[in-house]
Design a protein around this ligand. Structure first.
Ligand code: PLP
Length: 383
């Protein structure tokens, strides 16, 4: 089976698997315990924090370990909104965020906060000026993702962050960096970013591990109370093996960033060229989108039927994103980009990993062409 769903999750790197197994076997002590077994877990965690900080270009004390980016996003958004609620109750985000961001803001609306959902342009990006114009005296937080998980559209987060800090230094800026890390270079420290979320399993690390960068001086209302781990902001015994595995994955992703990006660009370009021979196909990803994601629609065809046809040929792709692929709702992201309902209901995402080659792209195009030919005859019945 050839796997083309790396934006949903990636195969853990063999070195990551080895590291996790070693830590599970030899370092099972609770890192908060005072004896030698606890101390060895604590040291590993300390080292993992240093490695993660180095990969992000930040200080180890600015890293909070979490169970993944859903938690990091919730922690950043709700934690900041609740902590700074006496400053103001206005929050800003975009209409194309991941559900862990979007739904956090919806929940805060229910608690009396006011949220501006900034619209996007036809390429899926927000207009920097539209974000700036949305800022008010009582705005406490702006949250914009780096790379969209459905289309790969790249948001101008560095420009937004810098302008925001220049014009409104007290407004916090959160970036969901999950689909951008290792794929689209970003200097966190130079970009006015106060909070930055990451997930290990999107970069060949384990599931259930993530982090939140919290710039020194920023306080968050703790969503999890308990033993006061992670500087008191995230109580709960740390998942030492997974976090050590995440540190390894982050380092490997950073080391191979340039090589990976070049490889993805070539494969993606080959796919785009191949898709040109399928006239009814609508490409939803912008030409200058992230190198590892290509999203398209085949209006009139049920995407899950196309997906299963491809699967019969040994190729795994995705409909929408993993979090929403089991619902029949049209894509909120595509609708926000001004796509028709038919296009928004028939989206398919291909996302690349570092193992993919130009031959894989050819295989995919061949299988897609075959599937489309086979299904066109049935088109009316498939709607
Ligand atoms: N943010 C984005 C952009 C994502 O793509 C995902 C995962 O699909 C998440 C957040 C959530 O990450 P996790 O699976 O670690 O909770």
């Amino acid at each position: 089976m050839k796997y083309f769903d790396h934006a949903a999750s990636t195969p853990p790197h063999p070195e990551v698997i080895r590291t996790i197994a070693e830590v599970m076997q030899a370092h099972y002590g609770n890192p908060s315990s005072l004896h030698a077994s606890g101390e060895s877990g604590f040291k590993l965690l300390h080292r993992a924090r240093e490695v993660c900080a180095q990969a992000l270009g930040v200080e180890p004390s600015e890293i909070v370990f979490t169970s993944g980016a859903t938690e990091s996003n919730n922690m950043a958004i709700k934690g900041a909104a609740l902590q700074y609620r006496t400053r103001g109750k206005h929050l800003i985000t975009s209409m194309v965020e991941h559900p862990s961001v979007y739904e956090s803001f919806r929940q805060l609306e229910g608690l009396g906060f006011e949220v501006t959902f900034v619209p996007v342009q036809t390429d899926g990006t927000v207009d920097i000026e539209a974000v700036m114009q949305a800022v008010r005296k009582d705005t406490v937080l702006v949250s914009i993702m780096h790379v969209n998980n459905e289309t790969g559209s790249i948001q101008p987060v560095a420009e937004i962050g810098r302008e925001l800090k220049q014009k409104h230094p007290r407004v916090l800026f959160h970036v969901d960096g999950v689909q951008g890390f290792g794929k689209v270079p970003l200097q966190i420290k130079d970009s006015g970013i106060d909070l930055y979320s990451l997930s290990a399993h999107k970069i060949r690390g384990p599931k259930g591990a993530g982090l939140l960068y919290v710039r020194k001086g920023v306080q968050l209302f703790p969503l999890l109370s308990g033993g006061g781990q992670e500087g008191g902001v995230r109580s709960g015994t740390e998942n030492v093996p997974a976090l050590v595995g995440m540190a390894k994955a982050l380092r490997l992703a950073k080391e191979k960033e340039g090589e990976n990006i070049r490889g993805w660009r070539n494969v993606r370009q080959r796919l785009v060229e191949g898709m040109a021979s399928l006239p009814e196909l609508v490409l939803n990803s912008p030409a200058d989108g992230a190198p590892h994601i290509l999203h398209f629609s085949y209006p009139g065809m049920k995407p899950e039927v196309v997906l299963h046809c491809l699967e019969e040929d040994g190729l795994e792709v995705s409909t929408k994103s993993a979090c929403s692929s089991k619902t029949s709702e049209p894509s909120r992201v595509l609708l926000a980009m001004g796509k028709s309902m038919e296009v928004a209901q028939s989206g398919i995402r291909i996302s690349l990993g570092d193992e993919h080659t130009a031959e894989d792209a050819d295989l995919l195009i061949e299988a897609l062409t075959k599937a489309v030919k086979r299904l066109s005859g049935l088109k009316g019945g498939l709607k």
